[in-house]
Design a protein around this ligand. Structure first.
Ligand SMILES: C[S@@+](CC[C@H](N)C(=O)[O-])C[C@H]1O[C@@H](n2cnc3c(N)ncnc32)[C@H](O)[C@@H]1O
Length: 491
């Protein structure tokens, strides 16, 4: 665990020294690629197990970039001469005066600084106690992966932590960006990170959207705190979202539509203990309370109570020590008391559209299966399901490109053949298909518009168009609402 750091000290660093730190990072090539290479050492396991090997690999490289990675990203100690060579004695002294760095012959850092998608984000470590400030993590990356800012002139990042998502938007060219966090320590880091990245954002301390009343935004992005909080676990602002965990996210979903401009977009990521996809849909509907939105909820199957307890306890103590063991049992008891059997991870994209309210929900194998354009196509498909029959028949409907049909042929004389629609790259959950559905999917692949595909399907089945049109339209509408079909061509 890093030593306590007072983020107000960040403001004492002069622009000159912040600029020098940035220039040293650029010169050294302390960037995403440098971290990606370090992440190849003993990948996909707990940091506590792999960190000594990562530090060993970095010290062998002995470059400026590897020294910065060891010091700022992996909590290592770096010889003073090494840092002095890459930072300059003057900047090194200034960082020590501001208490960012500590030590004599070897130097350690009280803050974490991570390169992330082209910016550097200073924060504390995740396990730095009750007032830890969250920098970029795996979940920040999941959300960032789905964002595109075309047409966005103003954006609010709610629960901005160290400012990561706000700064990514500013870096992408969004002219007006504001970040809000209830934790003044987080906002102190966000101010510093804007300076470090030479980006302009404004920042406010407050509860969710409260500091933004009366304003309108083209986009709102949020990864609120969403971990369930047992009564006997100390509150951690960046983690805990209420007893269930999703209470803060529900408040955000209720408030955000009121701050969105016409056509505005909401992007949010959170956990919910709703056990089924239908439960997630009902929860989102309740939170939106009739707001005029087209929404798409992408949910992972989630973890059972045991595994989720382990995941949450690790966030507090990734050394898997005493605190981990104590909190693990508290989380597990809490889930049992609350009747929580499963916790799902949900990515929500919504856009203001007074003409069609819709909510598409998909269970995915991986949240990274879709980027912004992919989610936009899902939303377009779901809204096309509401078109009149004639309008829909004139559109080009295709099976989703990630779909393939798996045909299992039984070798037993009495066995039955089975068809399954399989989604590649975790882009949906597999479902069984009837033979009729297989014929229709094949016709949709080969014919356009939808009316021609249905005619070809009728011919293949040896029946009149009239007999198949109504059931085919019902199947296509259901498929447009469930990620099985997408639209092609102009609307
Ligand atoms: C999970 S962190 C996300 C940080 C950052 N947005 C990211 O994605 O990396 C949640 C953030 O929400 C903040 N937060 C918690 N409760 C809040 C509230 N009521 N209003 C505003 N921010 C809140 C926490 O301080 C924390 O910085």
């Amino acid at each position: 665990m890093t030593l306590h750091f007072d983020p107000d000290r960040l403001a004492s660093l002069s622009d000159h020294h912040v600029g020098a730190l940035r220039e040293a990072f650029v010169r050294a090539g302390f960037d995403d690629a440098c971290i990606a290479a370090a992440e190849q050492v003993g990948p996909r396991t707990f940091d506590v197990l792999r960190r000594p090997l990562v530090l060993r690999a970095l010290s062998r490289q002995d470059t400026d970039a590897s020294a910065f990675a060891a010091l700022f990203a992996y909590g290592g100690a770096v010889p003073r001469e090494r840092l002095q060579a890459s930072l300059g004695a003057d900047t090194l002294a200034a960082l020590q005066d501001a208490a960012l760095l500590d030590g004599d012959a070897t130097i350690t850092s009280r803050v974490r600084v991570m390169p992330f998608r082209g910016v550097w984000i200073a924060s504390t470590e995740f396990d730095a106690g009750a007032d830890a400030v969250m920098g970029p993590g795996i979940t920040t990356d999941e959300l960032a992966h789905t964002l595109a800012y075309d047409g966005v002139a103003s954006l609010a990042d709610i629960g901005c932590g160290a400012g990561t998502l706000a700064l990514l938007a500013a870096k992408a060219g969004v002219p007006e960006v504001v970040g809000v966090d209830i934790d003044p320590r987080a906002i102190a880091f966000a101010h510093f990170n804007a300076r470090l990245n030479q980006l302009r954002c404004s920042w406010a301390v407050g509860d969710l959207t409260a500091p933004l009343q009366g304003r309108r935004f083209d986009a709102i992005v949020s990864q609120p705190a969403y971990v369930a909080q047992p009564g006997d676990v100390e509150n951690v602002t960046f983690l805990h979202g209420g007893r269930r965990g999703d209470e803060l996210a529900a408040r955000l979903l209720a408030q955000a539509p009121g701050l969105l401009a016409p056509g505005g977009r909401l992007w949010a990521l959170f956990d919910t203990p709703e056990p089924t996809l239908a439960g997630v849909v009902a929860w989102v509907e309740r939170a939106f309370a009739g707001a005029p939105l087209q929404a798409c909820a992408l949910a992972l199957p989630g973890n059972g109570a045991d595994v989720q307890s382990m995941a949450y306890a690790t966030l507090r103590d990734d050394s898997l020590g005493e605190r981990y063991r104590a909190e693990l049992v508290r989380y597990r008891d809490h889930f049992e008391r609350m009747g929580i059997a499963r916790v799902r991870h949900v990515l929500l994209h919504a856009r203001v559209d007074p003409s069609v309210r819709s909510l598409l929900a998909l269970e995915l194998g991986a949240l990274t299966a879709f980027d912004a354009a992919g989610i936009g196509r899902l939303l377009d498909a779901a809204s096309a399901a509401a078109l009149s029959d004639d309008a829909l028949l004139a559109r080009v409907v295709r099976p989703h490109p990630a779909c393939c049909i798996v045909h299992e042929q039984s070798l037993a004389p009495s066995g039955v053949d089975r068809f399954t629609l399989h989604f590649e790259h975790g882009a949906g959950s597999d479902r069984e298909l009837s033979e009729v559905a297989v014929l229709l999917l094949t016709a949709l692949r080969d014919h356009e518009p939808l009316a021609a595909a249905i005619a070809a399907h009728a011919e293949a089945a040896g029946v009149d168009d009239d007999q198949v049109t109504a059931p085919a339209l019902a199947f296509v509408r259901e498929g447009l609402r469930s990620g099985m079909f997408v639209l092609e061509g102009p609307g």
